[in-house]
Ligand binder design. Structure first.
Ligand SMILES: Cc1cc2nc3c(=O)[nH]c(=O)nc-3n(C[C@H](O)[C@H](O)[C@H](O)COP(=O)(O)OP(=O)(O)OC[C@H]3O[C@@H](n4cnc5c(N)ncnc54)[C@H](O)[C@@H]3O)c2cc1C
Length: 335
């Protein structure tokens, strides 16, 4: 197949696409036998070898089970997993990632499921798109803080492709869904050729783009525990424009009422003000102990927990100031 590229980015470029139907993986489903070889004869935006150039021998595979996906990963040194591609494809296009194989997980039925667990929690499959998560009845009824955060990601069309797992695995300090998962004590289920393990989301982020994922490890689902149900609140987020922009600052303030011990009532988590999304237990504890009258103290503790940078979205000083403002606003809003 030969096609002329159009659009602003690739104006005048020619793209040659040849698709072979191979059977390199005996026993796998029909779709997994499709191997695409794409030759991109495209004038890249920044010149050859810079921004815009994608490799010509990209291998694209579509497993139908988690086991196949893990086997395909183990069999290729440059393989990465693909979900919505809303982080990965721009990174490839910008030349920041150069995988030899894309393992598309979206056709694995198990990974698309959102279902209640035996323990009364909720399992959100890695390939479940955000647009489904934010309107899921169990999310809305028991974990509305997650819906609050998901709704701020990009815009509705983006959320038809983007996933929670991708948001978390990409490990941006500004990942909006990560703050809800931190506040709700989520657990991440992982699998690799070496076996399965679970890790609390609080131990997952290591730095910008850095996670506790081991080589080849695949995230199967995110678990929201039953014990985290019932928190309500707000995710207060500043960005340069409404929609399609990462947060300059994000502050989640959650509270749970009812006959519970005081030690479980408040949640405060922050985005875009440190190398990773973070929770602020000190601020939560002061609110637990003194109630919302301690709002200024809690805000100061949240500001103290920040380690913001200055970038094109805002200065470190602005971010720090806004954390204080938004924590106070969130706490006062909850009473
Ligand atoms: C225009 C635009 C606006 C955006 N706005 C926002 C925003 O407001 N807030 C925000 O937080 N984000 C935003 N994003 C970022 C992006 O949409 C999210 O991070 C998204 O959730 C990534 O999910 P995905 O399914 O597209 O992941 P992908 O891009 O497919 O994957 C992301 C990373 O995770 C890895 N990966 C994927 N699946 C797995 C798995 N199962 N196990 C292990 N690793 C895996 C991939 O290899 C890749 O490194 C925006 C992106 C764009 C393009």
């Amino acid at each position: 197949m030969k096609a002329e590229a159009d659009g602003d980015d690739d104006a005048g470029a020619e793209i040659l696409v040849s698709t072979e139907h191979l059977a390199p993986f005996p026993g796998l489903g029909r779709e997994t036998r499709i191997k695409s070889q794409c030759t991109w004869n495209v004038a890249p935006r920044g010149g050859a070898g810079k921004r815009g150039l994608m490799r010509s021998d990209l291998d694209y595979v579509v497993p139908s089970t988690v086991e196949e996906a893990v086997a395909l990963q183990a069999g290729s040194s440059g393989a990465v997993y693909l979900l919505g591609g809303t982080d990965l494809l721009p990174q490839m296009r910008a030349g920041r990632k150069d995988p030899g194989r894309l393992i598309d997980l979206k056709r694995i039925p198990l990974l698309r499921e959102v279902r209640e667990t035996e323990g009364g929690g909720l399992s959100i499959g890695a390939a479940a798109v955000m647009a489904d998560v934010e309107i899921h009845p169990v999310v809305l009824a028991r974990y509305p803080l997650l819906a609050e955060c998901v709704k701020t990601v990009g815009a509705w069309p983006l959320r038809q492709r983007a996933t929670l797992a991708g948001n978390v695995c990409n490990a941006s300090p500004a990942a909006d869904t990560a703050v809800a998962l931190l506040a709700l004590d989520a657990t991440l289920n992982l699998v690799s050729a070496q076996g399965r393990r679970s890790i609390p989301v609080s131990a997952f982020f290591r730095g910008p783009g850095q996670t506790a994922l081991r080589p080849g490890e695949l995230m199967t689902d995110v678990i929201l525990p039953a014990a985290s149900a019932g928190f309500t609140g707000s995710y207060l987020r500043l960005s340069r424009r409404k929609g399609m922009d990462l947060a300059t600052v994000g502050v989640l303030v959650g509270k749970r009422n009812g006959k519970l011990t005081l030690a479980a009532r408040w949640r405060i988590a922050l985005a875009a003000v440190a190398p990773t999304p973070l929770r602020v237990p000190d601020a939560e504890q002061v609110l637990e102990a003194k109630g919302s009258i301690a709002v200024w103290e809690a805000a100061e503790l949240a500001v103290a927990a920040c380690r913001p940078i200055t970038d094109l979205r805002g200065s470190a000083e602005y971010r720090r100031d806004m954390v204080g403002v938004l924590v106070r606003r969130g706490v006062v809003g909850l009473g």
